[in-house]
Design a protein around this ligand. Structure first.
Ligand SMILES: [Zn+2]
Ligand SMILES: [Zn+2]
Length: 391
């Protein structure tokens, strides 16, 4: 079925209104979602503005406090992306009160990554279609650049499909923040400017100003935050190791976990999405989880979901098989005098590995379906279930 294309004038006027009201779709959201998947240059403009804003540093200069603000606001808001938009709104890996949920949504809005429902809808869609042709941002299907930034500029990815986030759409205050998703970022940018102006007036020794703090705290920090977050879409299905044999190509990367505060354990997360932590083992650095743990001490959030023992065991078993396979590969290269002493342990490891493989529960198609069950069931959830408060 061919979909008639809007004229350039229609696209510009629609985009202008959509920057204020994100639910404005004159021809209907369903029709917009069927449009060709391509860059809409009108939608590129906000990204151009964001990046050009960084060049303001030429005029405003720098100061230690401005650089510190950029760093603190990067990590403070990366935590909002990972701990709030991802681990709460997309996956509900912990519980909070209705007021707590609203406060978290406002914090999430400061990331300038659209509203919580739009974010959760797209992320749940990614889990249902990881690396297949319907995945909006698979580097394997669409290439690196498209998965990193292109997909956001496509008109078909602009509207929120509220039918896929019914559990969130039943809260009018969340729908409001999602629809008018420019409010929080605009107020946030204004506040940063205001703090800079106040510091200039009352603490001139710090050497900052409203424009300087705006450039560092908003433009530079937000641009870095955008690219840091996008690395999960573009890199986390390309770079790193695959502990779990999931049906997608998700990977675990320590480097991405530093950039994205623990989200680099993406293969773990694709295997079991419902857990509050993405670093499944103690040595997997997951600052988002540590931050959420600290936040739980305030009473704002509770009810963390654990990684099932069976999933942990499966991970250890897969790593063991990897070790055995690596040893077998080394052995097949032919024994050298120096490696002869490794032959006997390798043969023993192969025998143990084969035995364990025979008894192991390898993830089959049915298990694959179970991995995706949680996002589907979240989307369909309509009645409010009383959260169960636990430590
Ligand atoms: Zn993924
Ligand atoms: Zn996820």
């Amino acid at each position: 079925m061919s979909v008639s294309q809007p004229s350039i004038f229609q696209r510009i006027s629609t985009a202008l209104v959509q920057w204020i009201d994100a639910d404005y779709c004159p021809d209907g959201a369903a029709k917009m979602r069927q449009e060709p998947d391509k860059v809409d240059w009108v939608r590129v403009l906000p990204f151009v503005v964001l990046h050009i804003g960084c060049l303001g540093v030429i005029w405003v200069g720098w100061s230690p406090i401005a650089v510190a603000a950029a760093v603190i606001l990067y990590f403070g808001r990366m935590f909002a992306v990972t701990g709030i938009y991802h681990r709460y709104f997309s996956h509900k890996t912990y519980s909070t009160s209705r007021l707590g949920q609203f406060l978290l949504a406002v914090w999430g809005g400061t990331t300038v990554q659209r509203g919580p429902l739009w974010w959760a809808y797209h992320h749940r869609h990614h889990h249902r279609h990881s690396d297949d042709e319907h995945d909006a941002h698979s580097p394997h299907v669409h290439g690196f650049l498209w998965s990193h930034i292109g997909w956001i500029t496509s008109r078909r990815n602009f509207p929120t499909d509220y039918s896929q986030v019914k559990d969130l759409a039943k809260f009018p205050e969340l729908v409001f923040l999602n629809r008018f998703d420019i409010i929080v970022p605009a107020v946030f940018a204004g506040l940063i400017y205001g703090v800079g102006a106040l510091l200039e007036a009352y603490a001139p020794g710090l050497g900052t100003s409203g424009p300087q703090l705006l450039v560092w705290g908003f433009f530079i920090s937000t641009t870095a935050l955008f690219h840091g977050t996008s690395c999960i879409n573009s890199m986390a299905h390309l770079m790193g190791k695959r502990r779990y044999k999931t049906e997608d190509d998700s990977r675990n990367s320590f480097i991405l976990s530093i950039i994205c505060l623990g989200e680099g354990w993406h293969n773990n997360h694709h295997r079991y999405q419902s857990a509050t932590r993405n670093g499944f083992y103690w040595w997997e650095f997951d600052p988002t989880y540590y931050g959420l743990k600290a936040l739980s001490w305030t009473g704002l959030i509770w009810g963390f979901k654990r990684v099932p023992q069976s999933v942990l065991d499966e991970g250890r078993h897969q790593e063991h098989l990897e070790t055995v396979a690596a040893a077998a590969r080394a052995g097949s290269a032919g024994p050298s005098p120096s490696s002869l002493k490794k032959v006997v342990p390798t043969a023993a490891a192969l025998a143990v590995g084969a035995m364990q493989a025979a008894h192991a529960e390898a993830p089959d198609k049915a298990a694959g379906a179970a991995q995706h069950q949680d996002v589907s069931s979240l989307a369909a959830e309509a009645p409010e279930s009383k959260p169960d408060r636990q430590g």
